[in-house]
Write a protein that binds this ligand. Structure first.
Ligand SMILES: Cc1cc2nc3c(=O)[nH]c(=O)nc-3n(C[C@H](O)[C@H](O)[C@H](O)COP(=O)(O)OP(=O)(O)OC[C@H]3O[C@@H](n4cnc5c(N)ncnc54)[C@H](O)[C@@H]3O)c2cc1C
Length: 535
C-alpha cells in the first residue's frame, strides 16, 4: 500500500494555496490518503497581489477542490469574464475585437474561417461564430437568474481579487487538514543524493518532507537559489517587463456598469488591463521599461483613465518573462512565478500554476523514483509554455502600429518566435484548421530525430491544448491577417459574411433571459448599489 508522502509547499500566494487545496482534494479521497500537506509562508514577504483575470480552466480547479460557487464568488469579489476585448492593437484608431471563450461549431466548423475570408468582412469574424462578443457589448451576465430558464450556452471564467483568492483557499485548505505555518524559511538542508531534506525557519523550526513545492514567487528560493535550476529568459519575444497598477473604487468612480469581460487597450509602450471586480476596477499598464520609465507610464495610465484617477495610488510591479529549464528537478517542483511567467495579456499566470498542480496530481509519485514522471511533466509544461508564448507573441507581431519606438520594435522580424513564424508562413498558404496542432512523445521512444540523440532535445511543440485553431482564428482575423492574400485569392466580388443560425438564435434569446451583469451581481452576490459617478 502507498505510504502517504509528506509535501511541503513553500509560499502562500495564489499558486501555493491553489496547490495545497487542489492536491489535498485530488490525492486524499475517502480512506485513501496519498499526501500529508503542509504550507509555509513568510510573514515578511508579501504576495505579489496581482493575478485577477482567469480563464475557464479555473472552473475545473474549483470543482475538484469542491467549492460552493456562490460562496466563492462572494468571498473573492468575483465578477464574470466572458472574453478579452482588444482595443487599438491594429491601427490605434479605436478599433477593437473580442477573443471570447465561447464559439459555436457545426459539422462544417473548419470552414467557418474560409467562408469569412472569402467574404467582404463587414462583420467581425468572431461575431459570425459566437454570440459572446455582442452579449459582452450588451453587458449581459453569462448566467440567467433563474436556473430553470437557462440562457444560451456560454463559457465563462472569473475576475477575482488576488489576495482574497489566496485567503479563501487558505481557509478551505486549513479546514480540511492542511498544516499552515507562518514563518520565514532561512535555510534549506540537502540530502547526499541531491534531494532537499528539510527547511529551517526564522523561528527555529526544522520541517522535513518527501516532496517540496517551490511557490516562493520570483524569489525561487528552492528551485533556483538552492538547486540552481536555470531560468530560461524569453524577453526577446515579449518586451514588457513591468506594470503600473491602480484600483478605481466604484465609490470613487462608477459608470453604472460592470463589464463582463477584460479589456486590453494598447497604449504607447504596452497595454492596459481593465478588470472589473465587484467593488472596484483594477487597471495595470504593462509596459517595457526600456521604452518608458515607470513615472511616465504612471502619467500615461492616469491620463488614459481620466481626471478621476489623478489622486489614486499606483504600484509598480516588475516581472520577468521566462520559465525554469526544468520545473520539476529531484524532489522539488516549482509552481507559479517560481516556475514560469508570461506577461498577462491572455491571463495565463494562474493557469500555468493550475496546470503544474494538475500535472503533479496526475503524475504523483508512488515511490522515490521521480525521473520519468518529472520528464513527462517538464515536457508538458514546456510545450504549454511555448504554446502560450507563441500565442501572445502573435498579438504583437501582427500589429500595423508604427507610432512609437515600442510598436516599431515589436514589429521587427527578430521579435517573432521561429515557431510562430513557421505557423504564420504556413497559414498564408492554408488558413489555420484543427489538425495543425498535434504531438505525442514519451520517454524511451527513439530520439533519432534529435541532434544529439540524448534525452529529449526536440524543440517544444504546440499541442493546441489551450488555444487551438479556433482561438488563433479569433486573433488572426481580429488583426486582419490574410487581408492581402484574400484580395489576390478572391478579388473584389465578395459576399456578406454568413452568421451561424445558432448565433442569431442565441442573440435573440439572450436579452430576454440574461440579466445585465451588474444586476446579476447585485441580486445574487450582494454587490452594493453604487450610484453612477462619472468624471
Ligand atoms: C503584472 C502582473 C499581472 C498579472 N496578471 C495576471 C492575471 O491577470 N491573471 C493571471 O492568471 N495571472 C496573472 N499574473 C500572475 C499571477 O499574479 C501569479 O501567477 C500568481 O499570483 C501566483 O503568484 P505566486 O503564488 O507564484 O507568488 P507570490 O504571490 O509572489 O507568493 C510568493 C509567496 O512566497 C512566500 N515566500 C517568499 N519567500 C519566502 C521565504 N523565505 N519563506 C517563506 N515564504 C516565502 C511569500 O510570503 C508569498 O506567500 C500576473 C502577474 C504579474 C506580475
Amino acid at each position: 500500500m502507498d505510504r502517504s508522502k509528506r509535501i511541503l509547499i513553500v509560499g502562500g500566494g495564489s499558486s501555493g494555496w491553489m496547490a495545497a487545496s487542489y492536491l489535498n482534494a485530488a490525492l486524499n479521497q475517502g480512506s485513501i490518503r496519498r499526501a500529508e500537506i503542509s504550507l509555509i509562508e513568510s510573514g515578511d514577504v508579501p504576495r505579489i497581489g496581482v493575478g485577477e483575470a482567469t480563464i475557464p480552466s479555473i472552473l475545473h480547479v474549483l470543482a475538484v477542490i469542491g467549492v460552493d460557487n456562490t460562496e466563492f464568488m462572494t468571498s473573492v469579489d468575483a465578477t464574470f469574464k466572458q472574453s478579452i476585448r482588444y482595443v487599438n492593437w491594429l491601427d490605434n484608431k479605436g478599433e477593437y475585437y473580442h477573443h471570447p471563450f465561447t464559439r459555436y461549431t457545426t459539422q462544417h466548423q473548419t470552414l467557418a474561417g474560409e467562408l469569412w475570408l472569402g467574404s467582404d468582412r463587414s462583420i467581425p469574424f468572431m461575431e459570425t461564430v459566437s454570440p459572446q462578443p455582442i452579449i459582452c457589448e450588451m453587458g449581459l451576465s453569462p448566467l440567467s437568474l433563474d436556473p430553470d430558464v437557462p440562457g444560451p450556452h456560454l463559457k465563462y471564467a472569473y475576475h477575482i481579487n488576488a489576495l482574497k483568492f489566496a485567503d479563501y483557499l487558505t481557509k478551505i485548505s486549513t479546514s480540511r487538514g492542511v498544516t499552515h505555518y507562518v514563518d520565514h524559511v532561512t535555510d534549506i538542508e540537502m540530502e547526499e543524493n541531491g534531494n532537499i531534506a528539510a527547511v529551517n525557519t526564522k523561528s527555529g523550526k526544522r520541517i522535513e518532507a518527501d516532496l517540496f513545492i517551490d511557490c516562493t514567487g520570483f524569489a525561487a528560493l528552492l528551485i533556483e537559489k538552492k538547486l540552481g535550476v536555470k531560468w530560461v529568459d524569453c524577453s526577446q519575444w515579449l518586451l514588457c517587463d513591468q506594470a503600473v497598477t491602480m484600483h478605481v473604487p466604484y465609490e470613487h468612480h462608477y459608470t453604472g456598469q460592470v463589464r463582463p469581460y477584460t479589456t486590453a487597450s494598447a497604449l504607447s509602450s504596452g497595454w492596459v488591463w481593465d478588470i472589473p471586480l465587484r467593488s472596484t476596477r483594477s487597471l495595470g499598464y504593462v509596459h517595457s521599461s526600456v521604452f518608458l520609465d515607470a513615472e511616465k507610464a504612471e502619467r500615461e495610465l492616469r491620463s488614459f483613465e481620466g481626471s478621476h484617477a489623478e489622486n489614486l495610488d499606483c504600484r509598480i510591479v516588475p516581472f520577468k518573462v521566462g520559465h525554469r529549464e526544468k520545473a520539476w528537478y529531484k524532489n522539488c517542483i516549482a509552481i507559479g512565478l517560481a516556475g514560469s511567467f508570461i506577461e498577462p495579456l491572455e491571463s495565463t499566470g494562474l493557469y500555468l500554476s493550475d496546470l503544474a498542480t494538475v500535472m503533479l496530481a496526475e503524475h504523483f509519485p508512488r515511490d522515490n523514483n521521480y525521473e520519468s514522471l518529472a520528464f513527462r511533466v517538464n515536457r508538458i509544461l514546456n510545450n504549454r509554455y511555448y504554446e502560450i508564448l507563441d500565442f501572445i507573441n502573435m498579438h504583437y507581431c501582427l500589429t500595423r502600429r508604427t507610432d512609437t519606438e515600442f510598436w516599431r520594435e515589436v514589429g521587427r522580424a527578430e521579435r517573432m518566435t521561429d515557431r510562430l513564424k513557421a505557423k504564420l508562413d504556413y497559414w498564408r498558404i492554408k488558413p489555420p484548421s484543427r489538425s495543425d496542432f498535434e504531438d505525442q512523445y514519451f520517454p524511451g521512444m527513439p530520439t533519432a530525430m534529435t541532434p544529439t540523440g540524448v534525452g529529449d532535445t526536440r524543440a517544444p511543440v504546440d499541442t493546441g491544448t489551450l488555444w487551438d485553431y479556433s482561438s488563433y482564428e479569433a486573433i488572426l482575423y481580429g488583426m486582419d491577417f490574410l487581408a492581402d492574400e484574400c484580395q489576390a485569392w478572391y478579388g473584389d466580388k465578395r459576399y456578406q459574411p454568413p452568421i451561424y443560425g445558432k448565433v442569431l438564435e442565441a442573440l435573440q434569446r439572450a436579452p430576454k433571459v440574461l440579466p445585465r451583469h451588474e444586476a446579476f451581481l447585485r441580486m445574487t452576490l450582494g454587490m452594493a448599489d453604487y450610484p453612477s459617478k462619472i468624471g
